[in-house]
Write a protein that binds this ligand. Sequence first.
Ligand code: NAD
Ligand code: DAU
Length: 350
Amino acid sequence: MSKKILITGGAGFIGSHVVRLFVNKYPDSTIVNLDALTYAGNLLNLKDIENKPNYRFVKGDIVNADQIFSLFEEYQFDTVIHLAAESHVDRSIANPMEFVNTNVLGTVNLLNAARHFWEKPYQKERFYHISTDEVYGSLGDEGLFTEETSYDPRSPYSASKASSDHFVRAWHHTYGLPVILSNCSNNYGSHQFPEKLIPLFINNIIHKKPLPVYGKGENVRDWLYVEDHAAAIDLILKEGKLGETYNIGGHNEWKNIDLIRLLCGIMDKKLGRDPGTSEALITFVKDRAGHDLRYAIDAGKLQRELGWTPSVTFEEGLEKTVDWYLTNEEWLRQVTSGAYQEYYRKQYNS
Ligand code: NAD
Ligand code: DAU
């Protein structure tokens, strides 16, 4: 069935993988990618699909309610997959208001537009909100986050995402809007802006720059290959139950320092450097304020009810990821260059 799908944040890391999957898999659907092209959004991420007939890019800001309403009017979307967000915890500590604006107000603007344009009884309409496991707070050494875990966000980023989740559920309970949510663990893979742990450290190793490990490197994260996340989103959109939440995770917990040592070893081999060269760049620095100790997802509901499991092992995924950054050093150079960002901003503002 033909659909009109709005994907927000489609020029970012996860969003670009979701856009690519949907554009290629659903040629009869129109996929509109709405993205503000912040520092994290980059049209280079979508070069391979930008000329496909079922794809449109719109530069726009979800905080601008008028723009969102005009876009709904023009395209009459029946599906929203909402990924646009400020996504980096360190930036949220430095500048929380941007996170409140985009993550909270932007989400409510989209909910309002969907409510305004979608007519009851809802049939094929879906508002799918993409969220994070960080809303559940921090685990000790034991236990996993389930869909029943109470919310306990502890950074400005996670508080803004938790707030947006609550608004999405409120629009379901109060107005009956047909929503679905998923909360995912740490993603890794190609096209991730080099501020997050894995691409930052790959980039720093390439340039022999220090690797800043926060605290003692003992925090634990549960890593999922980004294409597995995109596949889960596709499945949940099609088969998930309205009003429900699904946790998505990789069953793949790593202490930061162990992951960093593994990555250093892979990089030494790939770059033909002596063993230990990259590890020598490790520098222990002041800890992140309020640094959550451990995240780990119980993805049992998604597995039991919709049959989803991750398809890529961590060894395969990390190797593919490293290979991608090494063969796309130009991408790394361009996304970190101010001139490039300025070029796109001008092109799409004119
Ligand atoms: P990202 O920072 O790579 O991309 C975010 C995208 O949103 C960018 O393209 C940016 O230009 C766009 N954007 C930002 N503000 C906007 C605005 N006001 N209007 C329109 N577009 C705007 O983020 P990501 O890592 O791809 O994360 C995508 C979503 O998935 C986020 O909602 C995030 O909370 C969630 N998530 C991320 C992870 C992860 O590990 N990266 C894990 C779980 C959930
Ligand atoms: O759990 C899902 C979340 O994962 C997403 O919702 C967020 O959008 C995403 O950014 C990510 O958050 P983290 O804070 O876990 O990711 P980050 O890559 O920033 O950090 C991973 C771990 O590595 C964390 O314990 C902090 C540590 N770290 C990070 C950086 C950037 C360092 O030790 N040094 C660093 O330079």
